[in-house]
Design a protein around this ligand. Structure first.
Ligand code: GDP
Length: 331
């Protein structure tokens, strides 16, 4: 959200005013609210809805990352149809790095996903990336928070190596990294030091045969060298094909197992709290710069309050900064 506190505009009549409205209003209500995320930044109604949504999550959030061409969109399409066959609702946020220059998403809602527009239980939104590396914008984070309070599953599809993996880890419960057979991707990922981030790795295009099996073995080898070995969740390396649909039900099951593990061990709540702290610090840093961060450190951020209502907290900090700068004597 921007640093300046804008005069309060009237909230659009058709947009929901609370979570109950949002849940009752279905796709049209969600669409209106996601538009408001972009055009009503800092509005008290939006802030209260975002904080309410944050406190009332439903969905598991699964992120799919990996380089362009690896098969993420095709995989997302298949996952959507499997979730829908099981009667589950799905929200998808496709982060579109090509739209960074224009500031808006070039794809609009016409991503490469081919979903049924009549299906009220699928909601797809393409959003601009924060930067050319495919990082998540704060609008995308807000969109995840809203969809998570409405849908059974939220898929976040994001391109890139490096920043986008780190960014999706700020919102995802389960991070899935997709690797293309024969591409040398696993070596790249090792070099980039991002083998630490995924909870599940999948080698796509298993229908390519031996080259895919070799890639799976290479990635398993790479993972055995990674420092995650000591953790209780052993990162599975799966082989799947969106063309013949093999392995995708297994991917969904594996993601559910990971989510159950987080819930059973009480880690889900703490992981989500850590994520809120991380993206809030990140956004405050971007908005107020290093001086602002020093000031915040002196303020001794009340994290207990901040993680419960991060959107209101951020607005409060913005107002205080604005109060300071508007009284700054120039002469
Ligand atoms: P993204 O850029 O990661 O979203 O990749 P896409 O889903 O657009 O797929 C890139 C290309 O790989 C397309 O030509 C797809 O048809 C192809 N593709 C996707 N999944 C598979 C698969 O399981 N097997 C094969 N052989 N090709 C695939």
């Amino acid at each position: 959200m921007s640093g300046s506190v804008k005069p309060v505009r009237s909230w659009p009549k058709s947009a929901p005013i609370c979570l109950e409205n949002l849940r009752a209003g279905g796709k049209p209500a969600l669409a209106r609210l996601l538009s408001a995320v972009e055009s009503f930044e800092g509005h008290p109604q939006l802030i209260s809805l975002l904080d309410e949504a944050l406190q009332n999550p439903i969905a598991q959030v699964v992120a799919l990352t990996g380089p362009p061409g690896v098969g993420k969109s095709t995989l997302t399409n298949t996952m959507i149809s499997l979730y829908r066959s099981a009667g589950k609702s799905v929200g998808v946020i496709a982060v579109d790095p090509s739209s960074q220059v224009s500031g808006g998403s070039l794809l609009g809602d016409r991503t490469r996903l081919t979903t049924d527009p009549e299906d009220s239980k699928i909601f797809v939104r393409s959003m601009a990336a924060r930067d050319r590396l495919g990082g998540l914008s704060e609008h995308a984070i807000a969109a995840v928070v809203l969809m998570r309070a409405v849908m059974d599953y939220v898929l976040v599809e994001s391109v890139g190596i490096g920043q986008s993996e780190a960014d999706v880890a700020l919102v995802a419960d389960t991070c899935v990294l997709c690797i293309q057979p024969g591409s040398g991707d696993s070596l790249q990922f090792m070099k980039a030091g991002i083998m630490e981030l995924p909870d599940v790795i999948c080698v796509t295009k298993a229908d390519m045969g031996d080259v895919a099996i070799r890639a799976q073995a290479d990635v398993r080898g790479a993972m055995s060298l990674s420092s995650r070995g000591g953790q209780s969740w052993k990162v599975p390396v799966l082989l799947l094909s969106a063309v013949d649909r093999s392995g995708i039900a297994h991917l969904i099951e594996t993601c559910s197992e990971h989510f159950s593990m987080l819930c059973d061990r009480g880690q889900l709540h703490s992981q989500r709290e850590q994520q809120v702290k991380a993206w809030l610090s990140d956004q405050l840093k971007m908005q107020f710069g290093s001086h602002g961060v020093q000031v915040l450190q002196r303020l001794d951020v009340p994290w207990g309050e901040a993680v419960l209502q991060p959107f209101a907290f951020k607005q409060k900090i913005a107002s205080r900064f604005q109060g300071f700068w508007s009284n700054f004597p120039l002469a």
